[in-house]
Design a protein around this ligand. Structure first.
Ligand code: NAP
Length: 321
């Protein structure tokens, strides 16, 4: 009696599991549900934007790390034009002073520069203390300071991996950690991470850089879950190649430069980030290739890895491929 009951149910459960859980049926199920999931995505995005807005940069207090050049400098210009209060930090004081003057000319309400190596804990504490003393609040922190590399892992001095992590990952997480109390004091505050497509897709000769940028994604996606109740909005941005002097910020003895052919202009990149900050976006993945790559990796990881091995070298200067 027991056997006649159990035998057919085992077969039914077995067949159902095969149908439901093989990759092909999962994919078919996903395709079937796609329109509903897409509608849910639109709904969730709308809910987030509704909470994050209205938000205007005018008179807001904005901290930008790595503001002495490139994307950080361009972002500083845009916020200056909106009448923001700016705290600009980086290591090169003379460059910072120039950017600060440019921002004053553009109409910034108030600009403060702080010499700060984000990898140095005391510097970061001093930076946050300066903001407390000057404004006692913070509306938006843009974690942009970063360095890169350009060599095979087997050839580098391992210290480079640590140095990159210290700036890109520990520098950014430490600034966020120390700025959190100030961010909690303001409504709808923002944490913006200038990550990279190298934080989503592997890029040869950039193992330490990709590692630090992938790590930022894991950290800040998790932080968003924790700080949601304080209405702090974390935005991840993943730019592709942007025409800056990032190649000069490569660590190592003989680093290969990033191929800048077809790079986006720095002002265009900053404009896209700025608009996302105002909307309160969750993330911005730059370029069609970046979006497609991320989707492909999630659905077809082996095919994605195969293509990566073949084509990722193209992102590196032609003489190394
Ligand atoms: N350019 C691209 O193709 C690209 C693509 C995707 C993502 N990104 C990311 O965008 C961010 C900005 O890079 P960028 O392209 O604008 O290059 P960049 O012109 O070299 O800017 C890097 C900025 O980071 C600052 N910085 C570096 N190390 C620092 C430290 N230890 N403490 C404080 N500030 C530090 C630099 O200032 P000081 O040297 O004066 O300290 C500089 O202001 C980086 O995080 C980079 O990974 C760039």
């Amino acid at each position: 009696m027991m056997i006649t009951y159990l035998f057919p149910s085992t077969i039914i459960i077995g067949v159902l599991s095969i149908i439901l859980f093989t990759e092909a049926s999962m994919f078919a199920l996903f395709t079937l549900l796609y329109p509903f999931l897409y509608l849910f995505e639109l709904y969730a995005r709308h809910q987030r934007h509704k909470l994050a807005q209205p938000w205007s940069a005018n008179n807001k207090v904005i901290l930008i790390t790595g503001a002495s050049s490139g994307i950080g400098r361009s972002l500083a210009h845009i916020f200056a034009k909106q009448g923001s209060n700016l705290i600009l930090c980086a290591r090169r004081e003379d460059y910072l002073t120039n950017v600060a003057n440019e921002c004053r000319d553009h109409g910034a309400t108030r600009v403060i520069t702080v010499k700060c190596d984000v990898a140095n804990e005391n510097d970061v504490s001093n930076l946050i203390k300066t903001i407390e003393d000057s404004f006692n609040k913070l509306d938006c922190v843009i974690l942009n300071a970063g360095v890169t590399m350009g060599e095979r892992f087997e050839n580098i001095d391992y210290q480079i991996i640590k140095d990159i992590m210290n700036v890109n990952y520990f520098g950014s997480t430490n600034v966020a950690y120390k700025a959190l109390n100030l961010l909690k004091k303001t409504k709808k505050s923002r944490i913006v991470v200038v990550d990279s497509l190298a934080g989503v897709l592997p890029l040869p000769l950039r193992s330490g850089y990709c590692g630090s940028k992938f790590a930022l994604r894991g950290f800040f996606e998790t932080l968003q879950v924790e700080v949601w109740e304080h209405e702090i909005f974390v935005m991840m941005t993943y730019p592709g190649t942007v025409a800056t002097n990032i190649n000069e910020a490569r660590l190592g003895n003989n680093p290969i430069p990033l191929n800048m052919k077809g790079a986006m202009s720095v002002d265009e990149c900053a404009k896209i980030i700025y608009k996302g900050v105002c909307r309160g976006d969750k993330e911005i993945v730059f370029t069609a290739g970046g979006k497609l790559g991320r989707l492909m990796e999630a659905v077809f990881p082996n095919a994605f890895a195969h293509l990566t091995r073949k084509f990722a070298w193209k992102a590196i200067a032609a003489d190394d491929s």
